[in-house]
Design a protein around this ligand. Structure first.
Ligand SMILES: C[S@@+](CC[C@H](N)C(=O)[O-])C[C@H]1O[C@@H](n2cnc3c(N)ncnc32)[C@H](O)[C@@H]1O
Length: 287
């Protein structure tokens, strides 16, 4: 059986564009949510699956000299050591949570891609310091009815086909669950976190803006899969051009931002248990 692999490899030449677009689309909402948690000065923060590092950079600015930020990724090539945070190559699926306990753990658009997402969430929750907060942000993108406006009906149908293939076949084929965002709240409650809250946000994305341009990036990174699924080279080229056409307007994916807090009594003791032995230290000392 083929092993599930992450869909959007950071080694692809267009991966840096993806990270820039994700930051443009999502950072304002993420920053609003993280800012609402209160002061971060002096806090220890883990940014898991940090991608291009925009949120790690923002956190590094907030924690000040007495705090710290660790940015991890399976492939950390787009992270910049020296930008105020520490970089660690780390696999959330197979390794223990590094260096717990954490005052804040944030992971955005990461766990939904990973088949072991439920166990990973449990491990992250267990790696919180007493009173620490876990923030998981995911797109619930499995919804149909993406197109809000298009130059003609055939174009709208083509874009819907592209989306159906992406969320119904390609992402699940690589172990992803594009509907998982709505399950995070329940998973945090089951993990014993308290004060769990979810905010959900979406807006329209017109061709030429970062959200719509992700269509072209997805096609470049997953082209063989779209061809296997029945789209032609010509249709894929047309979709890539449409990503820049302001006459196409799509519904941005619903962003579920869910936060939960560890009890002040603390429960970081099981953070080290992962499916495969890793090298990071197990949780122990609470701050
Ligand atoms: C869609 S990107 C999101 C990046 C960033 N969190 C953001 O929202 O801008 C997903 C990131 O998760 C990383 N990733 C994928 N599988 C991972 C794993 N098993 N452990 C850690 N990171 C992983 C990828 O390399 C990629 O950088």
């Amino acid at each position: 059986m083929r092993r599930a692999r992450y869909s959007f490899d950071n080694d692809d030449s267009i991966a840096a564009d993806r990270h820039r677009m994700l930051a443009e689309v999502l950072d304002p909402f993420t920053i609003e949510r993280l800012s609402a948690l209160g002061g971060l000065d002096g806090r220890r923060c883990l940014e898991a699956g940090a991608g291009g590092g925009s949120i790690a950079t923002w956190l590094a600015d907030r924690v000040g000299p007495s705090g710290s930020v660790l940015a991890t990724d399976l492939n950390p090539r787009h992270l910049r050591a020296g930008a105020g945070y520490t970089v660690l190559r780390h696999d959330l699926s197979t390794e223990p949570v590094p260096d717990p306990p954490w005052d804040l753990i944030h992971a955005r658009l990461v766990l939904s891609h990973l088949p072991a997402r439920a166990e990973i969430l449990d491990r992250l929750a267990a790696a919180l310091a007493p009173g620490g907060t876990l923030v998981i942000e995911e797109w619930a993108s499995a919804y149909r009815g993406l197109v809000l406006a298009a130059p003609d009906p055939a174009t709208a149908t083509l874009v819907e086909r592209y989306h159906d293939i992406l969320v119904g076949r390609l992402l699940p084929g690589n172990g992803g669950d594009p509907a998982w965002g709505s399950a995070v709240h329940g998973a945090m409650l089951a993990a014993g976190l308290s004060g769990v809250s979810t905010e959900i946000r979406a807006s329209s994305w017109a061709g030429g803006t970062a959200g719509a341009r992700l269509i072209a990036v997805n096609i470049e990174q997953l082209r063989p899969g779209f061809l296997d699924a029945g789209l032609t080279e010509q249709e894929l080229d047309r979709l890539s051009r449409l990503a820049d056409d302001p006459r196409l307007v799509i519904r941005g994916h619903l962003t579920y931002s869910t936060a939960g807090t560890a009890s002040t009594a603390g429960s970081a003791s099981t953070a080290g248990t992962a499916s495969t032995a890793g090298t990071a230290s197990v949780a122990g000392t609470a701050k």
